[in-house]
Design a protein around this ligand. Structure first.
Ligand SMILES: Cc1cc(Cn2cc(-c3c(Cl)cnc4nc(-c5cn(C)nc5C)[nH]c34)cn2)no1
Length: 288
């Protein structure tokens, strides 16, 4: 007696819609429950005419194509999608602790142990993406959610592309996270690699620890500071954290440290790898 295969075709009537969870440029996200299974998810509702006006249809198509094929504990799942005459619906994993940037604004800045754990999980998520030749290209606190156990859930693959890429993109929103190679005009300078995510990880690490982005200024000044790699790290940031930031915010993409080196960096090891004693205790108790 075979169990019925899960339907790949979804429609709105299959869901009970709950409270709004947030809003974005082209729509809103609602808490939702799939009626037959009781499965709780987040339903992102995007309006077709707004996407058309915003030239964002390609972004949504890419978000669906890329995110639905990713399976990683630190990447928000996209389970499926459907549409009606006016709207596109994305069935997303519900992240129990919500948007990371709201936590960052509320706490102003994160303690080093918390920032290091987030950076380590981001490195794991990016390693997984890069192994599949996917560049996220829009790493920033607004695109990161937190799962029920406080774990990182990288989301919003609307700007992601398959590496290498020479896509010209009409970037909107903050310039703070843009690497120098994406700022340069001119044809050949637009060939960039997955190293762009390493630069953004450096900006993210800085913002976790300081509470503001390293090149934050007027748009013109921000671009100038990025192009020159001009930034100062406040004295309250530890020497190890400062060292990691400096090794990620390197103008030459090829000279930025790798994601493997991020995960082996002393600042990450200090806060993320269980101490020797803890590991010894664990092995004694489990006899492993
Ligand atoms: C359109 C649009 C809006 C947004 C930003 N956004 C993402 C969410 C969201 C998603 Cl996609 C998944 N799980 C979520 N869980 C929350 C949440 C949990 N708590 C306790 N509080 C909140 C809020 N939000 C989630 C909401 N808005 N991107 O595109």
């Amino acid at each position: 007696q075979q169990t019925a295969p899960k339907p790949k075709v979804f429609h709105l009537g299959m869901f009970e819609i709950g409270r709004p969870l947030g809003k974005g440029k082209f729509g809103r996200v609602y808490l939702a429950r799939e009626r037959s299974s009781g499965f709780v998810c987040a339903l992102k509702v995007l309006h077709k005419n707004e996407l058309k006006h915003g030239n964002a249809e390609t972004q949504v198509r890419r978000e669906i194509e890329i995110q639905s094929n990713l399976r990683h504990p630190n990447i928000l799942r996209l389970f499926g999608h459907f549409h009606d005459s006016k709207r596109i619906f994305l069935i997303l994993e519900f992240a129990g602790k919500g948007e990371l940037y709201k936590h960052l604004r509320r706490e102003n800045r994160f303690p080093e142990w918390k920032a290091a754990q987030y950076v380590s999980q981001m490195a794991a998520a990016l390693k997984y993406c890069h192994k599949k030749h996917i560049i996220h290209r829009d790493i920033k606190p607004e695109n990161i959610l937190l799962g029920i156990h406080g774990e990182i859930k990288l989301s919003d693959f609307g700007w992601s592309v398959h590496a290498p890429s020479n896509r010209r993109s009409t970037l909107c929103g903050t310039l703070d996270y843009l690497p120098p190679e994406m700022l340069k005009p001119g044809r050949d300078k637009n060939i960039y690699s997955n190293k762009v995510d390493l630069w953004s990880l450096g900006v993210l690490t800085y913002e976790f620890l300081v509470g503001e982005a390293p090149f934050e200024d007027t748009p013109v000044m921000t671009q100038r500071k990025i192009a020159r790699g001009e930034m100062t790290v406040p004295s309250f940031v530890s020497a190890e954290a400062r060292d990691l930031i400096k090794r990620l915010l390197v103008l030459d993409p090829e000279k930025r440290i790798s994601l493997d080196q991020v995960q082996e960096h002393p600042w990450i090891i200090k806060y993320c790898v269980k101490g020797e004693r803890a590991t010894m205790r664990e092995s004694k108790s489990t006899g492993s």
